[in-house]
Design a protein around this ligand. Structure first.
Ligand SMILES: Cc1cc2nc3c(=O)[nH]c(=O)nc-3n(C[C@H](O)[C@H](O)[C@H](O)COP(=O)(O)O)c2cc1C
Length: 208
């Protein structure tokens, strides 16, 4: 099935880009914002959740889901067809801020596409893997690769991206459009249908 055949064009996708470094001069943020520009350039509707600008208190399952602001944040996650998750490599894993964001949601991720961007000095493979694990636990899909970069080599003077990184981000943006559209079309079809696929349990139940 092509995205067009499924009735969704890449240019109609809704993407949530999450910035998982709280540092003011974060290289992750610089690269994430470049990805935002590319995705918007391709016509996608992009929402940015910068956890430094919109801090999310640590998850407490007694209280977080009723906390002020949670419903609005959840709505943004629900609306997204694709999540682009951008994080620094901390001890071979995702940042605490990113983990905390991911811990707030579960069903909201099901059937959606995750794309990963990692600032690392060592390729960040274990970091991409951790996000892939979260995707699997939450019945989400993930692009089979992630974009990794080295802050001091790929981001010069805090703003200029290396050619290699720019090309990787262009690939990511294109693949978000292509595979995000396919999965969004299928997700909508599955949620509206009667088949027994994994999204069946998330169908809105008829009243009464
Ligand atoms: C607590 C901490 C742990 C880190 N652990 C690693 C690591 O295991 N591997 C690595 O390559 N870089 C590690 N780094 C370096 C950061 O990933 C790197 O500086 C990154 O570019 C920071 O991203 P930012 O500029 O967006 O904050 C660590 C940094 C911190 C603060």
């Amino acid at each position: 099935m092509t995205a067009e055949a499924g009735g969704i064009e890449a240019s109609r996708l809704r993407v949530l880009v999450v910035v998982g470094s709280l540092r003011a001069q974060s290289a992750t943020r610089t690269v994430a914002l470049q990805a935002v520009a590319l995705l918007r350039g391709a016509g996608m509707a992009v929402d940015v959740l910068d956890l430094a600008v919109e801090p999310l208190p640590l998850l407490n399952t007694d209280s977080s889901f009723a906390a002020p602001g949670f419903a609005a944040l959840r709505e943004r996650v629900v609306k997204a067809d694709v999540l682009v998750l951008c994080t620094p490599d901390y001890h071979g894993g995702i940042s605490g801020a990113m983990k905390n964001f991911l811990d707030h949601f579960w069903h909201e991720f099901a059937g959606k596409l995750f794309a990963t961007v990692v600032a690392s000095h060592e390729k960040g493979l274990t970091v991409h893997d951790q996000i892939h694990t979260v995707a699997r636990q939450c019945n989400a899909w993930a692009l089979p690769y992630g974009v990794s970069f080295v802050d001091k080599e790929d981001v010069r003077e805090g703003k200029h991206l290396s050619e290699a990184l720019r090309l990787r981000l262009e690939m990511l943006s294109g693949d978000v459009g292509t595979y995000g559209a396919l999965l969004a079309a299928q997700r909508r079809q599955d949620l509206a249908g009667t088949g027994a696929g994994f999204l069946a349990r998330l169908r809105p139940r008829a009243e009464g």
